[in-house]
Design a protein. Structure first.
Length: 377
């Protein structure tokens, strides 16, 4: 590939994302379908491009957070079902309907409102209902009898799915996930007894699939992070991860300046670093506005010339500074690797997150608008 004329860019492999998708399919089929989670612009991998590609691979559902994200997928040509997971307000109902999005309803009040809205328009709206089985965020946390009555009374709504979400899917030191599964199974049982049998039952994001918690697969799983090649490390004793997924995104930025600084010279805002020796320093064209966590000040690394080299001083908005004393071949204009592989060295979003004391999700979602996005094979 010719080197692009950008100061900083990501290279995204759609082939990798497809391979990850098929690894997730293989792990969950035939009992469960997948709803690839493409919220937050597909964790910054580009929701429209990723979704169209996965739709061509056979994906029949996508999951997003909000109505606007769903609408832009429709505009891009996604015809698969789109689940809007992050709730909606009254002003969004029209767009939900027009774009044929499938909302998740999280409370009985919202359910009744949506039913009246559908009745006024003389349409039937398909929806999923979320029960809070212990996450304590979105989802209804009321008696199952009450939920059943409301669902059965909603003559203009069609319950296509019943779902919940885990709070501690990768934590093997607590019974929270097992408790949530039991609560969900009890709900499904009670619904069945009442003759309410939504075709889709779903509980799992990436974690339970990676750790093969089959009992939590239901008939639909909602993987996000694993689709982009990452599995969160477990807390406590877990079986080894049995899911072969690989990061699909690498991130580059160019060296804009190189200079020699004498011993004792301070570098960057707040003089947070001082040269302990005569130092050859590279100034790199990416900063926290591009998504390099500010927490990496004085502790992050980049790959150049096949080596991991330390960041010096504060991460600034548009630039970072890196010690290239031990990599004399690094020159102005060339690209260093912020995330990805160079020779034998790898530094991925998990490594960056660990060094910054944050989670890999935040590294991926933190990628700024200024970072050009290129698709590679
Ligand atoms: C974001 C999200 C997911 C995907 O989670 P990953 O850990 O990225 O797989 C699944 N379900 C819900 C409700 C979510 O909000």
């Amino acid at each position: 590939m010719t080197t692009p004329n950008h100061r900083t860019w990501v290279e995204i492999s759609l082939r990798r994302i497809c391979a990850n998708y098929h690894a997730l399919r293989a792990a969950t089929a035939p009992a469960s379908q997948l709803a690839p989670v493409v919220k937050a612009d597909a964790y910054r991998h580009g929701a429209a491009t990723v979704s169209l590609r996965l739709q061509a691979e056979g994906a029949q559902w996508f999951a997003v957070s909000n109505t606007e994200e769903g609408m832009s997928l429709r505009v891009a040509g996604v015809t698969a079902r789109i689940l809007v997971m992050g709730d909606f307000l009254d002003y969004e109902r029209e767009a939900l309907l027009e774009a044929s999005l499938t909302p998740v309803v999280h409370s009985l009040a919202r359910l009744r409102d949506l039913n009246s809205y559908a009745a006024e328009r003389n349409v039937t709206i398909a929806f999923h209902f979320k029960i809070d089985t212990g996450m304590g965020r979105l989802g209804a946390r009321c008696g199952l009898d009450e939920i059943l009555l409301a669902v059965q009374g909603a003559s203009h709504l069609r319950l296509d799915g019943l779902m919940t979400h885990f709070a501690s899917a990768n934590d093997f030191t607590t019974s929270q996930t097992a408790d949530q599964i039991l609560a969900f199974e009890a709900a499904v049982h009670e619904f069945r007894q009442a003759g309410v049998t939504p075709p889709l039952l779903h509980l799992s994001s990436s974690g339970p699939v990676a750790y093969r918690l089959r009992r939590a697969y239901g008939t639909l799983v909602r993987p996000g992070l694993a689709l982009y090649g990452y599995v969160s490390p477990p807390h406590g004793p877990a079986d080894p991860v049995e899911l072969d997924v690989q990061p699909a995104l690498s991130w580059k930025a160019r060296v804009v300046e190189i200079k020699e600084i004498p011993k004792g010279c301070p570098v960057g805002y707040g003089a947070q670093w001082r040269a302990a020796r005569h130092t050859r320093m590279a100034v790199i064209a990416a900063g926290y506005a591009d998504g390099i966590p500010h927490q990496l000040s004085n502790r992050g690394r980049v790959i150049a010339a096949g080596k991991l080299l330390p960041m010096l001083g504060a991460v600034s908005m548009d630039l970072i500074t890196v010690d290239v004393t031990d990599a004399p071949q690094v020159q102005i204009g060339e690209a260093v690797t912020l995330l990805g592989q160079d020779g034998a060295v790898t530094y991925d979003a998990k490594d960056m997150a660990a060094e910054a004391g944050i989670i890999p999700y935040a590294v991926l979602c933190g990628l700024g608008n200024r970072v050009a996005r290129l698709y590679v094979d």
